[in-house]
Design a protein around this ligand. Sequence first.
Ligand code: FES
Length: 104
Amino acid sequence: MSEKAFVPVAKLEEVPPGGKKVVEVNGIGVILVNAKDRIFAVRNLCSHAYETLECGRVRAGWISCPVHGARFDLETGKPLNPPATMPIETYEVRVEGDTIAVAV
Ligand code: FES
């Protein structure tokens, strides 16, 4: 197996501090989030009832699901409160110059 390739998905200026942007990588919906002075990338899919997370609130390192309110750690994807019990998928991010790349 070869290493996962980093795919350029957005410019840094498109995801300002506190902001987020939905992109598609290899057919998978990914949310880029600028929080805690870095960029996180998580799958745009809640692990509870498989709703999208893009309208969720972002605070101190987590994103919340707009449907039933589960919160997920942006770094690990782990659920922080019910009803979700499974993690969401997270992806490695690389910022090169002004370009955000994600390995999905
Ligand atoms: S679909 Fe996200 S918490 Fe239920």
